[in-house]
Structure formats: structure tokens, C-alpha cells
Design a protein around this ligand. Structure first.
Ligand code: FUB
Length: 338
């Protein structure tokens, strides 16, 4: 399917309107309208959650979960932008037609570029116990827009370790030593694993463990890690994802394996803007100390747990390196090239 472009005027007009999945765009702006410089939140139409935001070359990419009934979650769409304002939809970059073991609840992608290829980690099937088929899978493509095909022919993580449901993968590349880590886990437990160079499996830590638990207090799911200076920031979602209190908290440590002590919440609902703000990712502008947070939230007054929309706002640090509470907005951010 051809990519579909979205104009910011649509979002400025509709940002405050509560409604179901929108498939129709507003009239294009008149020729005399000033060029829009902000996308408004949400940044594109549709029910999309768990946004994984990346910069690949001169493009921003967002890989979200299609937020619907589990049986309808058998594919991923992606969105690209040159400036965080104008977004193009890439439909069905991966679907379970070519992932034999995955059939439902395809969730929360994480995408990593390695040696010119793009690896998409995802959760599938929402397994409840080890006897079920599913877990965290891996697909690969030659381009960020796919098409992504099964890489392993089976899940990469196919069972519970340390109580962690195998969902919500995140790939952390530590540029201090070149090691790639898979960090993942639902049901209140988080594991970190050292990925092998070919991403086909794991190699143990020095102490012999492969699935190392790093769960901080309050952790529910949706892990994110990045390094800023010498500090490792670990972020996660708290609360129930269908409710208003879903939120994001964080910790800092001197190593990717912690120990991580919860510092506080930095993203949550705002009664004037939206509820259930959580499951995020972080964009850093290459070469600059400028950060953005991509996250999902629920429109005010909405009670359907699946009505989650993708938004971007600024994320800032104080002089001590602590993350300041994020102000969630309808306006979004100003156009900026990566
Ligand atoms: O979107 C499905 C699930 O909801 C994700 O895996 C969780 O993190 C929550 O956002």
C-alpha cells in the first residue's frame, strides 16, 4: 500500500475532539494559510499505543501498537516524518501472515538498526503461562518501512523468567562498549539480557545469569533505557494501561544492570488535557542535548481502554540531571529536523 501523508492542519482542527478512529481528513488548508509548524497532539490519527520513536538518517520513525481487540492486533503500521510535524503512514510493515507462531496481541514494537538491517522486536499472543506458544519475537527488514519478515521462526523469549511476562521489548545499545541489551517484561517484573551480536539469542552476564531481573519499585511494564553522560536512565510504566492513572516513572544508575532505585513519576494524566499517559519512548536529537518523549494517552472522558493516541512533547533535565515532570499538551512540539 502507498504511504499516506497527514497534514498538521488536520490535527490542529481535531486535537480536542473526542471520537472513534478517524479515517477522514479535514479539508486541506487554503493556499493563504500560514504553514503549520506544530503537528498538535495526537500527532497522527487513529488508535495507536506504545510508540517506539527512532531516528534513522534524516527521518523520525514511530512504530506503535495498533490499539484494538487482541484478535485484531495482527499487524503493525509505522509512521515517518522529516520534522516531527508532517507524518506519513506506512501500512502493515509487519503482519502475522509471515510469522507462523504469532496470531494475536501483537504489541509494543522495538526497532534497532544493525549493520544496515532493521530488527523489529515485538510481543505476541499475550501468553499467560509457559505451556502456551508466544512471547517476544523478532523480525528483520532491509529498510525501516519493512516489509519485516520472521528472523528466527520461533519466539526469542518464549517463557516467563523471574515472573516477567515476555512482552514490551526494548533494545538498549550501550555505546560505551557496543553491547546490545534486550530489556523487557510485564506483570510487574523486568529482565535485562545481553543480546548476541547476530541477535539470535543471549550470552550470559559474568555471574552466569542470562535473564537478570532489574525490577524497581512500582514497575509494571514498558521499559526504556538510555545513557546520558555516565548515567543510565531506566524508565517504565506504572498503573493499569486501561485506566486514567497509567504513568511513567524512572530511576538512574551507573550501570545498565542497576541497581535502580525509583526517583519519581515524570509523565501522567492532566485533567485538562488527557488521561492514562504512559508507555513511552525517548528521542534525542543527534548531536544535541534536546529530548522529546513519545507516549500514548486517552482523550478526556473516554472510557474505552483501547482508545489510545500517540503524542509527542518535550522532555527536559534539571541541572542535576534529574528528569523534569513532562507537561502534556495539545500543541505538541515545533518542527525540527533530526
Ligand atoms: O498495548 C498493549 C499493552 O498495553 C502493552 O504491551 C502494554 O505496555 C500496555 O501499553
Amino acid at each position: 500500500m502507498n504511504p499516506k501523508k497527514f497534514t498538521p492542519a488536520f490535527f490542529l482542527a481535531s486535537a480536542c475532539i473526542l471520537g472513534p478512529l478517524s479515517t477522514h481528513a479535514a479539508e486541506p488548508p487554503a493556499a493563504t494559510s500560514p504553514a503549520p509548524t506544530k503537528p498538535g497532539n495526537p500527532i497522527f490519527p487513529g488508535w495507536y499505543a506504545d510508540p517506539e520513536a527512532k531516528v534513522f538518517g534524516k527521518q523520525y520513525w514511530i512504530y506503535p501498537t495498533y490499539s484494538a481487540r487482541y484478535e485484531e492486533q495482527f499487524f503493525f503500521d509505522a509512521f515517518s516524518s522529516p520534522d516531527l510535524v508532517h507524518w506519513t503512514k506506512h501500512s502493515r510493515i509487519m503482519d502475522t501472515n509471515n510469522i507462523t507462531w504469532a496470531h494475536r496481541a501483537v504489541w509494543a514494537p522495538a526497532v534497532a538498526e544493525k549493520d544496515g538491517r532493521y530488527f523489529l522486536f515485538f510481543g505476541a499472543n499475550d501468553i499467560q503461562k509457559n505451556e502456551q506458544l508466544g512471547g517476544i519475537g523478532l523480525a528483520v527488514a532491509d529498510k525501516p518501512e519493512g516489509p519485516f519478515k520472521d528472523y528466527l521462526g520461533k519466539p526469542l523469549v518464549d517463557r516467563f523468567h523471574n515472573g516477567a511476562q515476555p512482552i514490551d521489548p526494548f533494545v538498549f545499545h550501550d555505546d560505551s562498549d557496543g553491547q546490545d541489551y534486550l530489556i523487557y517484561g510485564g506483570w510487574g517484573h523486568c529482565n535485562i539480557c545481553r543480546l548476541t551480536k547476530d541477535f539470535r539469542g543471549f550470552e550470559p552476564f559474568a555471574d552466569g545469569t542470562t535473564f537478570k531481573e532489574i525490577t524497581p519499585k512500582g514497575y509494571v511494564e514498558g521499559s526504556v533505557m538510555f545513557r546520558r553522560g555516565a548515567k543510565y536512565y531506566f524508565m517504565w510504566s506504572e498503573g493499569g494501561w486501561t485506566g486514567p492513572n497509567y504513568s511513567v516513572a524512572y530511576a538512574m544508575a551507573d550501570s545498565p544492570i542497576g541497581p535502580f532505585t525509583r526517583i519519581g513519576k515524570i509523565l501522567q494524566q492532566d485533567p485538562k488535557v488527557a488521561t492514562g499517559a504512559g508507555h513511552h519512548s525517548v528521542i534525542k536529537l543527534p548531536g544535541k542535548e534536546e529530548y522529546y518523549i513519545a507516549y500514548h494517552r486517552r482523550p478526556l472522558g473516554e472510557t474505552d481502554g483501547n482508545h489510545r493516541v500517540t503524542c509527542i512533547d518535550h522532555m527536559e533535565f534539571d541541572a542535576q540531571g534529574l528528569i523534569k515532570p513532562v507537561k502534556i499538551t495539545f500543541e505538541g512540539v515545533t518542527a525540527v529536523e533530526p
